[in-house]
Design a protein around this ligand. Structure first.
Ligand code: SIN
Ligand code: CO
Length: 374
């Protein structure tokens, strides 16, 4: 049966786990355990090995110096945000683009030996678990108040949870788990799991964003004033109208266009640590490069976004926390670009204006679009 995104969203997204059998037909792993181990040796890559040996849990954080030491008993090597390093891994996310880019976080990949798992736990965020090579048995429970424990200071697990369902996953199968549903996956053989992770800001983060906008001067807040102040029955009393006026100060910020833009910066901010190009291009140089056969593509793992509501004469879009302003006439070019269209001479001729090539040059000079190796 073919997968229906709208049916999945109405029946399962944030509601209940589901297995999507053969979601990827003829799935081929874009990476193997050796590549993963290579990444785990890098300084700026977030990785860890969780092992269960001698009746104890062990956690080793990357960069991993000695795999022999860390990989004892049943062990799992986990590497975060692999989509930022390997374009083929980033492409896995495209299969889930029925979920908006701003909700996407990153792709964590794990390699586990037979019998291994990270223990029973629940996650705060939605996850699609893609089964790569091997097979894994997942035990899933219903949301509840379960007792957490730390069998190792860096390992949060649930003591136990009643089984709701078990699923065995084979290559190309996907298990979707909403936030708060406990799960425990045990590898049946050498096994690769790709976790497509999502993000959802909480109120504290949104309030922090508002505060930072005000402190940084992007938003200009007013100060409370009370020219109509009248006498009251007790000086210790705060009138309800004063509370309402204070809240109104915040509400007027929240409903401003400036805050919408601030929020878009926040939603697009992936804290991507891009390698800036060795030398900066001019627009003219870029046009020549494209004419000579160069192709530029969106940097691996980068998810630019744009707001549905736009100003009358411009088209705003956001990349990694930065706002870019194109002319309204370039709207179609931007939409194609943000969908991942490769930028080459044909693209430039059919879709782009000179003004937009200036913006394209900035995006490349900031490392958000990269020259594709030929
Ligand atoms: C794993 O890949 O071993 C863990 C993934 C998860 O449970 O979220
Ligand atoms: Co999990």
């Amino acid at each position: 049966m073919t997968f229906s995104p709208s049916q999945f969203l109405s029946q399962h997204w944030q509601k209940s786990p589901v297995v999507l059998r053969r979601f990827f037909t003829d799935f081929e792993d874009p990476i193997d355990e050796h590549d993963l181990a290579g990444l785990a040796q890098e300084e700026d890559v977030d990785s860890r090995i969780i092992a269960y040996a001698d009746n104890q849990w062990h956690v080793t954080h990357g960069p991993i110096a000695s795999f022999d030491e860390a990989c004892q008993g049943q062990w799992t090597l986990l590497v975060q945000a692999v989509d930022r390093y390997i374009p083929e891994v980033s492409e896995l996310m495209a299969a889930f683009d029925f979920i908006p880019y701003w909700r996407m976080d990153d792709v964590m990949i794990s390699f586990a030996n037979p019998g291994a798992g990270v223990g029973p736990h629940e996650d705060q965020y939605d996850v699609f678990l893609i089964q790569g090579k091997g097979s894994r048995q997942w035990r899933v429970g219903e949301p509840g108040q379960y007792t957490e424990h730390f069998p190792h200071p860096n390992l949060r697990q649930l003591q136990t949870f009643p089984t709701w369902k078990t699923f065995t996953l084979y290559p190309g199968d996907v298990l979707y788990i909403p936030p708060g549903w406990p799960h425990d996956g045990i590898a049946e053989s050498d096994c690769l799991t790709y976790s497509i992770g999502f993000r959802a800001p909480d109120t504290a983060l949104l309030a922090q964003q508002l505060a930072e906008g005000l402190i940084g001067g992007e938003l200009t807040g007013e100060r409370y004033s009370d020219p109509e102040l009248a006498t009251r029955s007790h000086p210790a009393m705060v009138n309800q109208s004063e509370i309402t006026a204070l809240k109104q100060l915040l509400l007027s910020q929240l409903s401003s266009t400036e805050f919408d833009q601030n929020l878009m910066r926040f939603l697009s901010d992936q804290q991507l640590p891009y390698n800036l190009p060795d030398s900066l291009l001019t627009t003219e140089e870029l046009c020549h490069e494209l004419e000579d056969g160069a192709t530029y593509v969106l940097a691996s793992g980068c998810h630019p976004i744009y707001p549905q509501r736009q100003p009358a004469d411009h088209f705003l879009f956001y990349v990694n926390g930065e706002q870019f302003t194109a002319s309204y006439n370039d709207r179609e070019s931007v939409e194609c670009l943000l969908k991942g269209d490769p930028v080459d001479a044909a693209w430039m001729r059919t879709l782009s204006t000179l003004a937009f090539m200036d913006i394209m040059t900035i995006l490349i000079n900031k490392g958000y679009w990269e020259r594709m190796d030929t």
